[in-house]
Design a protein around this ligand. Structure first.
Ligand SMILES: [Mg+2]
Length: 402
């Protein structure tokens, strides 16, 4: 089965998505997601200029060989642009293989290892009362696990607050918005937030919390210890992880479970974290970590060390990537949880999905392949709309991690 055509479509149905379409000589079409929030056109160019010409004529069935060809064959390895581009090709080829076999991709990955995939939603508020209302909304929808974030008293803006939009989206503007942050305000507030939510809703729901890479290791250790009585499911991205050994210090001070990795793009970004058991959940995503082929390798390594999956699943994953993630989640032995934010109504005009949500769990569905179709004509109604993630500065004006 030869690849006869491939093309990249950049569209913005509610937010920007980069979609790869791969066609074969027997009429099958596969879809991949190449969205890299705020750097969309770099991946689109990598694919259109350097990858698509190499795909034409290749055997669509040879997924592993194509992965190795694009990774090793480029000489320049890793990095978010490269690995997002490879991911799009990889998922498109799994989609085609599933369609050729007449099976959903999870069946090709060994079949269902569970009945459904527990997902967590995002609850947030401009204050704790606002957060309460959003937690209630999620509980009413059946969520078993909820990420809780609130604006922090004394700071004008903070991450993770949805505002008026039904789906939290931090990217905005043709130039990055600049936020202000001071960690000292956060350190005392985080335990109050958890105390408030546990007092209000009890311990029957999993609570998650994202620190967005903003703390130093010792600050993260302090907050992790302070949160222990409230039993978080995890604290996410407590400190940047370019230096994986930084997590040793946090680990020495707290039993609060740790999750990290949504910005990772390779198994090498997580090797020390996993093999030294410095984390509990690895947040690598199908779209930014080399596709199904490489993500499964990350999760297999994690399985050996008792680390579970907890994939990134924010709105910057198109429905194609979310579906691909669900196929992986359903089939691996060490699944932990999957992030799920949903998509805006405009995305539903472009992507038709086979996955479903019910009572806190998702299922990828049983359509052949990934189970998501993409309407190229509808996508033309939503032209690319340049947007950037915010830049974060401390109150003294110095650049901080966002
Ligand atoms: Mg996060």
């Amino acid at each position: 089965m030869k690849i006869t055509d491939a093309r990249v479509i950049v569209s913005a149905p509610g937010r920007n998505y980069v979609t790869l379409v791969v066609e074969t000589d027997d009429g099958l079409v596969g879809y991949g997601d190449a969205t890299l929030n705020g750097r969309e056109l770099a991946v689109a160019s990598y694919l259109s200029d350097h990858v698509v010409p190499l795909l034409i004529g290749r055997d669509a069935h040879r997924i592993e060989d194509t992965w190795q060809y694009l990774y090793r064959g480029a000489y320049w390895r890793r990095g978010p642009v490269t690995m997002t581009a490879i991911a799009a090709v990889d998922v498109a080829l799994w989609d085609i293989k599933g369609k050729a076999a007449g099976l959903p991709v999870y069946q090709l990955l060994g079949g269902a290892a569970r009945d459904g995939v527990m997902v967590y939603g995002h609850a947030s508020g401009g204050d704790l009362d606002g957060l309460d209302a959003d937690v209630e909304r999620h509980l009413a929808q059946g969520y078993k696990a909820i990420r809780v974030q609130s604006a922090i008293p004394g700071l004008d803006a903070t991450y993770g607050i949805a505002g008026a939009s039904p789906v939290y989206e931090p990217a905005s503007g043709a130039r990055p918005q600049e936020d202000r942050w001071e960690t000292s305000a956060y350190l005392d507030f985080a335990p109050r937030l958890f105390e408030h939510v546990r007092d209000r809703f009890g311990y029957g729901v999993h609570l998650l919390h994202d620190m967005h890479h903003r703390l130093s290791p010792i600050e993260a250790a302090r907050v992790g210890a302070a949160l222990e009585p409230y039993r978080p499911f995890w604290i996410e991205d407590p400190t940047p992880a370019e230096d994986q050994s930084a997590f040793r210090l946090i680990r020495q001070h707290t039993t609060t479970p740790l999750a990290v990795g949504e910005v990772f793009n390779s198994i090498w970004d997580a090797q020390q974290l996993i093999t030294e058991r410095l984390i509990d959940y690895i947040r690598t995503s199908v779209s930014h970590t080399g596709g199904i082929t490489h993500l499964r390798r990350v999760f297999s390594l994690a399985e050996l060390y008792g680390v579970r999956s907890g994939s990134h699943g924010a709105g910057d994953l198109s429905p194609v990537s979310l579906a691909a993630a669900l196929h992986v989640d359903l089939s691996i032995p060490n699944f932990g949880i999957q992030e799920y934010m949903g998509h805006l109504a405009a995305a539903e005009e472009v992507f038709t999905v086979g996955y479903s949500f019910r009572d806190g769990y998702m299922h990828p569905g049983d359509l052949p392949g990934i189970g998501v179709s993409f309407d190229e004509e509808a996508a033309k109604r939503f032209p690319y709309d340049p947007k950037y993630l915010p830049v974060n500065r401390r109150l003294d004006g110095s650049v901080h991690d966002w």
